[in-house]
Each structure stands twice: as C-alpha cells, then as structure tokens.
Design a protein around this ligand. Structure first.
Ligand code: NDP
Length: 289
C-alpha cells in the first residue's frame, strides 16, 4: 500500500469496533480497483458522536460506515438522508456531500442484492420475518418497498411486532404486513414461504439454539435466510435444508452492504468477479481460523 498525499480515508464509527470485518472488505476492494484509499476503524465513545461527524467533515473523510450503537442517533448529524434509510430510521453509510454527509442504509440494499445473487426475488412472495428488533424492522421495510405480497412479522414480544406494523402502515400506507406472536407460527397456513431469520438466536457460541424447532414449520419454507453468519450453518439453516428448502447465511449481506457503500463513495461498479474475491477473503477470515 502506497500511502501518500493523495490517499483518501474512509472508516467505521461505532462502539465496539474491534471485531469488525469491514476493513477487510474495503481495503481488498481498493486493492482490486487500484484506488488509493484506506479504511480504518474509529471507536467513538458514548456522547462523542457529534464531535466524530464534525471531525470527519473537517478532515474531509470520503465516507463512513456506522455501526451499533449509532445507526439511529447519527441521523440528527446528517446534511441529507436517502428515502429508504429515512423510512427505516437507521443509517449505516455516510457519503460526503456539500457541507456534510448524506446517510444511506446499505444493510438493507445489501440484503436485497445478496438475495438476488442467490436467486431469491421478494416481489410477489409471502415473507415470514422472525424477530422484531432493529434488523427485522429494516427487513420489513425492505420487503414492503420491494413488493412482497404479504409479510408476517413474528416475535416473542408481540408488542414490538405490532409497533413496527403500525409504523410501516403509517409511513408507507401499506397494510400487507401482519404482526404475530412467535408461538403462533402454526397459524401460518400457506407454503413456499421466504423466511428471514432476524433474531439473535443461534449466534455463536449458542449454535444449537433456534426460535422454532417444529419440523412442520420448516416444511413450509422454500428459502430460509439467516442474518447470522457465525456459525456458517445455523440450526435454523439446517432445519430448512433437512425439510427440502434452500438456506443461506448472512455473510453475503455483510459483503454487499460493504460493496454498495464502496460504490457510493467511489462512484464505481464492483463486478461479480471482484465481489467473489472479497467474499472468499471474508469466508477465510470468518471460518478458517
Ligand atoms: P436486536 O437486539 O435489535 O433484536 C433481537 C431480536 O431477537 C428481537 O426480536 C428479540 O425478541 C429476539 N430474541 C432475542 N432472544 C430471543 C429468544 N431467546 N427467543 C426469541 N426471540 C429472541 O438485534 P438486531 O435486530 O440488531 O440483530 C438481530 C440479528 O441479526 C443479530 O444476530 C445480528 O448478528 C444479525 N445481523 C446481521 C447483519 C449482517 O450483515 N449479516 C446485519 C445486522 C444484524 P424480543 O423483541 O422478544 O426481545
């Protein structure tokens, strides 16, 4: 890497940031694209978010990713915000504009691109989302915006699923979303569902945990998408596959949220081949230690 007077800087703000795989994604992309750009993690302490954004602006940083716990709080610091990110109420990518930064949510466009690359189309499909936390909320907005036929939002705490449903109905005018209690999964009477597992259950080291263990539920699933990527095969994914469906983990979502951010910062288009190279590097870093 030849760092010189022309080197541009992007980075990740959050707390903690030490576990992040984003430097691997972006620095590999810069290598592949021949860009003179470095990507580094910035740990931002509680109460310092505004200083961090103003500092980034003053230092002319090209762009930032934003992670936990600042994805919502950062919105107050932006010059502009993309429509989907505004609806979702969460931003993970800041792109330099005149006088500050514009916020985007590439977690969700990343999930969409990951699903497309796996041959899964949301439009016209019945979707089941497991969970009603930050990720599930964003997935629900994505599914509405991409024309899902019906969305069933199942959560252990019903009130959270109901609150998201209400918000989506108010913001989009769409009533194709139904809140349900997780325990009521037997009431799902359709088949060939796309199920997006957006709870934190099953995350390493609790790899044998799953929110629904009844095989009958899994017989109704055509595509199962777990947002968790560690372990590489969750129990949810195993159950989907054992019952005839196809299953995917969340590593491609992580890959594509990074790729879309990189494309926004550099006004480039990352090829399928380049994406595969970064994906291979991610798999090695994640699973082959
Ligand atoms: P949140 O903490 O906001 O939400 C957690 C969700 O899990 C809630 O719906 C919660 O239900 C549910 N849950 C937790 N424990 C249990 C349990 N024992 N039984 C049933 N439900 C439970 O987390 P996020 O939405 O931010 O993240 C969810 C997952 O998505 C994480 O595992 C994260 O790693 C993954 N993720 C992956 C990304 C990627 O790039 N691949 C990006 C973002 C997230 P309740 O409301 O009842 O508490």
């Amino acid at each position: 890497m030849n760092i010189n007077g022309h080197t541009e800087i992007c980075g990740l703000i959050g707390n903690p940031v030490k576990h992040t795989l984003s430097p691997l994604i972006h620095n590999t992309l810069s290598e592949l694209c021949g860009k003179n750009l470095v990507y580094v993690p910035f740990q931002v302490e509680n109460g310092k978010l505004q200083d961090a954004i103003r500092g980034a602006d003053a230092l002319n940083l090209l762009g930032l990713n934003v992670t936990v716990p600042y994805k919502s709080d950062v919105i107050a610091e932006l010059k502009d915000i993309d429509g989907l990110a505004k609806n979702i109420g969460a931003v993970n990518t800041l792109v330099r504009v005149e006088g500050g930064y514009k916020g985007y949510n590439t977690d969700m466009t990343g999930l969409y691109r990951a699903m497309q690359s796996d041959g899964i189309e949301i439009e016209g499909k019945d979707i089941v989302i497991l969970g009603a936390g930050g990720a599930a909320r964003a997935v629900a907005f994505l599914c509405i915006s991409k024309g899902a036929e019906r969305i069933y939002l199942l959560n252990r705490t019903y009130e959270k699923a109901a609150a998201i449903t209400k918000e989506i109905r108010e913001k989009t005018g769409q009533d194709r979303i139904v809140p349900m209690l997780l325990a009521d999964y037997e009431k799902l009477s359709g088949k060939d569902y796309i199920v997006i597992q957006a709870t934190s259950v099953g995350l390493s080291p609790n790899c044998e945990d799953v929110v629904i263990s009844d095989e009958n539920f899994y017989k109704k699933i055509k595509w199962g998408y777990d947002l968790i990527y560690k372990p590489s095969q969750t129990r949810f994914m195993k159950l989907v596959e054992e019952n005839g469906g196809r299953a995917f983990n969340g590593l491609k979502m992580l890959l594509y949220q990074g790729i879309i951010a990189y494309e926004l910062w550099n006004d480039v288009s990352i090829s399928q081949e380049q994406a595969q190279t970064v994906y291979d590097a991610l798999k090695e870093a994640c699973y082959e230690q």
